[in-house]
Design a protein around this ligand. Structure first.
Ligand code: UT7
Length: 309
């Protein structure tokens, strides 16, 4: 028995904020942002709530999976920008989707939130507690950004991605996952008392490369898979230099690593499901391929997941 991705979806706000727009807001330049991060533009949700973004992504994932929301057993939503302190954004999405009698909750693991959530979904499926699960990563980071702080405001964007997973009898499966946390390193990336993102970028950069490499190696070891067998790495999109350094350390060529950070910036919990949806839509992922997901974020949290699509 395995856990199979049967549908994916995304929601990206229409408004595009370019590096040139940011030049007019803070002391920065397109050249600095591009060379240090790889980001050219990001999306900003002016009129949509995080619930609306999440619902839109979920509806597309359900439609691509060919199932009705009433067939879901569980909704897990990863976000660091929930709509309200409570109820959970997952419950708000459940109501919008018209899903009935489902288990629904949020996961708070910042940028690692989506892989944490997918790992929990896999456990529910493998323990027999759920057959069909909706996993969403959704963020409205524009509300958590201090738009006067050039060291963070150029990095983040809004968006949502969703996947539907179900119990399967074929070879598709989540083969291995490793998830970690280290709260003593909280000061490297956290929300201040006003809710604004604060970060020690340089230290976090070094930690991110090391942590994701270790997690990827451990996931590969547990599954008995070598880096050469990987068809595509879909990493959290925090910085193209982090992604390139990780690929180099793993010995995986850059053409086997999915990158869309230039278009969306860092969308935290939404970045991996958005990238996954785009990679599948573009034909970069086919049934049977071995896919490696990895993320690192506030917590600190980090992890890696190996799946056969
Ligand atoms: O998603 C969760 C995980 N997130 C991450 O892992 C992010 C990890 N960190 C990074 O991606 C990078 O550290 C940043 C992109 C945040 C920063 O890049 P960096 O190469 O580490 O730059 P830095 O922080 O060392 O700053 C270099 C210089 C500084 O000036 P001085 O001290 O050398 O005079 C900064 O003040 O760049 C300056 N700077 C800027 N200049 C223009 C910082 N932000 C900006 C900016 N525009 N937006």
């Amino acid at each position: 028995m395995g856990t199979k991705i049967i549908g994916t979806g995304v929601a990206l706000p229409e408004k595009v904020l370019t590096n040139f727009d940011l030049e007019k807001m803070v002391d920065t330049s397109d050249e600095w942002i591009t060379t240090r991060t790889g980001i050219k533009e990001r999306r900003i949700a002016e009129n949509e709530t995080v619930t609306e973004l999440a619902t839109k992504a979920a509806q597309q994932a359900l439609s691509n999976a060919g199932i009705d929301s009433k067939e879901l057993d569980l909704i897990i939503l990863a976000t660091l920008t929930p709509e309200k302190r409570f109820p959970s954004t997952a419950c708000l999405v459940q109501a919008q989707l018209g899903a009935e009698r489902v288990y629904a909750f949020d996961i708070s693991a910042a940028c690692s939130g989506f892989i944490y959530a997918l790992d929990v979904a896999d456990s529910f499926i493998k323990s027999g507690k759920a057959n069909k699960v909706l996993v969403i990563g959704a963020e409205k980071l524009s509300e958590a950004v201090d738009w006067t702080d050039r060291s963070t405001c150029v990095l983040f964007g809004d968006g949502a991605g969703a996947v539907v997973v179900e119990r399967s009898e074929d070879e598709s499966d989540i083969l291995a996952s490793v998830m970690y946390s280290e709260g003593s390193l909280e000061e490297l990336l956290y929300a201040d008392k006003c809710g604004y993102i604060r970060m020690k970028g340089r230290e976090l950069f070094r930690f991110a490369v090391r942590a994701m490499e270790e997690a990827c190696r451990e996931a590969l070891r547990r599954a008995g898979v070598s880096p050469e067998e990987i068809s595509l790495v879909v990493p959290h999109q925090a910085n193209v230099r982090i992604i390139n350094a990780l690929a180099e350390k793993l010995g995986i060529p850059q053409e086997k690593v999915y990158v869309n950070i230039h278009r969306y910036g860092n969308t935290s919990a939404a970045s991996i499901p958005i990238a996954l949806h785009e990679a599948i839509s573009e034909g970069r992922i086919k049934r049977g391929d071995l896919i490696l997901l990895t993320a690192m974020g506030g917590g600190l949290t980090w992890g890696a997941m190996l799946l056969r699509y």
